[in-house]
Design a protein around this ligand. Structure first.
Ligand code: GMT
Length: 374
């Protein structure tokens, strides 16, 4: 099968999921063409069956904004004609599903059928897609995809609430490669904390919806009771909030920020608890990654997080913004070594529900159905 995958190249969850999925399909012998404005962060282009096509836009004095969607539609058309793509899978609706629709129409005029699958990841519906400046176009392009998937039950519900969607939305949850994680060599714990200190960790793109101020408050409350360190991995606009609150709470010796880390799973593997107090989260891939590394999750109940972090099993869930409850839950685990060890085992067990081996066949079946539309 010849698959086209359109995704964002950055470290955000949708790009990572698209890349892992495409690489797994390539491994199974399918010719996989990644289309993005730069090389996806985790894409290994040295592997067989993998192609990368860069969408480039030309500056022109008239344009204050480059017409990216136009360039994307054009490259989809060109690649489909050159390589004979059997289907196109776009990750994140904006503007990928929109560009895919036009590419599909152009190809139809040339007598070529290109089935389009759109996977909705979260902010393309909740934060950005539903905004009046985009809504009609996003709704139209979702409705004109041949197949639509979401990464959680919660996102499916929200998509039907926000848009007038006339089609069935299928749920295919995100996945994790547990076998790969078992082989990871953890970092040295001493690099981050003393033996008598617990390690809390937060990994994200440090945007407002991650509620970084809650991460800092939870840690501040925890470190008043026990010896602990906080590791923050990621880059984003809330970096200043971290700096500001670190100073305000006098946590300079206890909070370590790392910016972007390539091998995040090696760092996760030394942590005792993962904090995810997000305002919105369609799934929470970062939480799943932590769980797969045997790190229990203290989270909010936003969006699809509760479908990933099983309250009282892989960690604990509290209402968005309830930092008192989240810090109490964190302390309940961090002050009881036996309970913490049990939750670490359970977090890893729960991550197996989302094992790559279970989820990939769902995409494969969807691709097979899409082929029938050719
Ligand atoms: O906003 C982000 O966190 C990045 C965003 C993305 O598209 O890269 O993440 C979304 O997709 C991930 C993969 O499906 C999900 O795990 C995240 O929960 C989701 N983020 C939000 O809904 C805020």
């Amino acid at each position: 099968m010849k698959i086209g995958i359109v995704c964002y190249p950055t470290y955000g969850g949708s790009g990572i999921v698209a890349t892992q999925l495409g690489m797994a399909m390539a491994e199974k012998g399918n010719e996989t063409h990644f289309i993005s404005y730069s090389l996806p962060a985790k894409l290994d282009i040295t592997l067989p069956n993998i192609y990368f096509h860069q969408v480039s836009v030309k500056p022109y004095p008239l344009f204050e904004y480059q017409p990216f969607s136009l360039a994307l539609s054009t490259i989809i058309v060109n690649i489909t004609e050159t390589y004979g793509l059997d289907l196109l899978h776009v990750h994140y609706a904006i503007p990928h599903a929109y560009a895919a629709y036009f590419a599909k129409q152009i190809l139809l005029e040339k007598g070529i059928k290109l089935p389009v699958i759109t996977t909705l990841h979260g902010t393309d519906i909740t934060l950005v897609g539903g905004h009046p400046i985009y809504k009609s176009a996003v709704e139209f392009s979702i409705n004109h995809s041949d197949y639509i998937t979401t990464v959680s039950q919660s996102l499916k519900r929200e998509t039907y609430e926000v848009f007038d969607i006339k089609k069935e939305i299928e749920i295919i949850p995100n996945f994790i490669d547990n076998d790969h994680i078992t082989k990871i060599k953890p970092c040295s714990r001493q690099n981050f904390a003393n033996d008598d200190e617990k390690i809390l960790i937060h990994v994200s793109n440090l945007r407002k919806i991650k509620r970084i101020e809650d991460v800092m408050s939870i840690f501040n409350l925890v470190q008043q009771k026990i010896k602990a360190k906080l590791i923050i991995v990621g880059e984003g606009p809330e970096t200043e909030t971290i700096e500001h609150l670190t100073a305000e709470y006098h946590l300079e010796e206890k909070v370590k920020t790392f910016g972007h880390v390539d091998d995040v799973q090696a760092v996760l593997s030394v942590a005792d608890l993962f904090l995810l107090p997000s305002e919105q989260e369609s799934f929470g891939l970062a939480a799943l990654e932590a769980m797969a590394c045997s790190v229990p999750v203290i989270s909010s109940n936003a969006g699809g997080i509760t479908e990933v972090n099983r309250n009282g099993f892989s960690g604990f869930v509290s209402l968005v913004g309830d930092v008192a409850s989240m810090s109490e839950n964190a302390l309940a685990l961090l002050t009881d070594d036996e309970l913490l060890a049990q939750f670490k085992r359970q977090a890893k067990e729960e991550a197996r529900v989302f094992d790559k081996k279970k989820i990939l066949p769902l995409y494969k079946m969807l691709y097979d159905r899409a082929l029938l539309r050719k």
